[in-house]
Design a protein around this ligand. Sequence first.
Ligand SMILES: *[C@@H]1O[C@H](CO)[C@@H](O)[C@H](O)[C@H]1NC(C)=O
Ligand SMILES: *[C@@H]1O[C@H](CO)[C@@H](O)[C@H](O)[C@H]1NC(C)=O
Ligand SMILES: *[C@@H]1O[C@H](CO)[C@@H](O)[C@H](O)[C@H]1NC(C)=O
Ligand SMILES: *[C@@H]1O[C@H](CO)[C@@H](O)[C@H](O)[C@H]1NC(C)=O
Ligand SMILES: *[C@@H]1O[C@H](CO)[C@@H](O)[C@H](O)[C@H]1NC(C)=O
Ligand SMILES: *[C@@H]1O[C@H](CO)[C@@H](O)[C@H](O)[C@H]1NC(C)=O
Length: 411
Amino acid sequence: MCFVSQVWLVSRAILLMWISILQLPQSIAAFGETKNNVKTSIFLSPKFELGPGSVANKYFFDVDFPRGHVAVKSFNAEVVDEVGNPVPLYETYLHHWVVQKYHQPKNVTYQYENISWVRNSGICQDDILQQYYGLGSETRKTDTLIPDPFGVEIGNPANIPKGYDEKWFFNVHAIDTRGVKNRVGCTECRCKLYNITKDGNGNPLSSDYGGGLECCPDESRCKLRNGFQGPTRTLYLRYTIKWINWNHFVVPINVYIFDVTDTLIISNKSKGISPKHDCQIEYQVKPCIKDHKNGNGCTFVNKTSIPMPKGGYVIYGVAHQHIGGLGSTLYGQDGRVICSSTPRYGTGKEAGNEKGYIVGMSTCYPKPGSIKIFDGETITLEVNYSNTKRHTGVMGLFYLLVAEHLPNHNY
Ligand SMILES: *[C@@H]1O[C@H](CO)[C@@H](O)[C@H](O)[C@H]1NC(C)=O
Ligand SMILES: *[C@@H]1O[C@H](CO)[C@@H](O)[C@H](O)[C@H]1NC(C)=O
Ligand SMILES: *[C@@H]1O[C@H](CO)[C@@H](O)[C@H](O)[C@H]1NC(C)=O
Ligand SMILES: *[C@@H]1O[C@H](CO)[C@@H](O)[C@H](O)[C@H]1NC(C)=O
Ligand SMILES: *[C@@H]1O[C@H](CO)[C@@H](O)[C@H](O)[C@H]1NC(C)=O
Ligand SMILES: *[C@@H]1O[C@H](CO)[C@@H](O)[C@H](O)[C@H]1NC(C)=O
């Protein structure tokens, strides 16, 4: 135990050295009279261990993050092994990672005492999809850099209650598919492969729930090929954050996450009727062979309409899909395209280009000001999957970064 933590300290020291080397000005963006020094910080999550077929769904509190009042410009991540080598998706499938913000009283005695989550700008119900950042297998080849002068504002003392600290939380969900019987089935968390029939509360899963997060909880195991054996590995999520110190030229942006499973429920609160979002995060793609092919070929199309309480200028957009994904588009109320994002599938063996996996998503960078969402506008999210085969536990999320105003000077 002691030995392990020594190694950890040494590797942390090396890491800190790297970080200080890397904190060189990377790009000089000129607007007004200022120059922005973009800093790059590389951190490792706490470690997690995986043997063949096993699942890690870990919650890490108070993870390393840039401190102080800063604007985050980009956020990338990947799974690495103990010596820092990238691990390919067919060995360790990165199902998802998400980063959430919380406030915590300064004098707590344990790591998650009295925390209060500080969610993004929406739009699902409380507790759901609250994160600021988060992707999955596509994280190596997906652009996340936010153009100048925009940034995600963090650490503003004015937004942190007195006596509290702003902290960051990670959820990492990874599946080791070395030696498994059915790689895609394991990554799609098929209940049969995990021999799971009940949810986390012990209630039986419905018969049409073929797979999803209920069936690949932490420390569960996917079915291996007969007799397969392999070593347990120690892994980390290595994450790279680019950021600048906050200054008055930076324009803050709001982070929205839309979910194609979002349905609006009109609830009847004492204060009148208020619509409530119900996001399920995951859904099932039924195969087309058995279904009626109503002229759609073998494309499973889902749509949802989402009223945006507050509008603004679209700065960046990206979708999140799983294997089978064909693309996703956000439309305005008048039918205009706000952003379209399509998956890029790998074609080789190396990490970042693994054949058959989604290794990147295309992104949208509209010229700031060119795409505006109006206050109260209803936007529509369309998400397509191929359903020549069945898929379980797929996602249809869309991240949209929106600025409420544009910079009031030219640059
Ligand atoms: C945590 O919350 C409990 C219950 O509300 C309270 O009694 C306690 O003082 C809080 N601790 C801190 C450090 O704020
Ligand atoms: C935390 O504890 C220190 C020392 O016990 C005390 O001076 C300080 O006021 C406490 N802060 C809060 C927010 O309770
Ligand atoms: C599946 O789980 C059941 C109980 O939950 C257990 O009895 C059975 O042996 C398991 N099957 C396999 C193949 O692990
Ligand atoms: C809402 O509540 C009121 C009174 O509490 C009731 O009369 C009404 O039928 C409810 N409406 C719905 C849609 O449930
Ligand atoms: C997706 O669309 C299909 C029909 O095209 C429908 O049966 C299914 O319920 C939809 N799923 C979700 C999550 O909206
Ligand atoms: C989804 O599929 C439908 C039907 O094939 C097509 O009209 C639409 O353009 C597709 N949308 C995206 C985002 O790929």
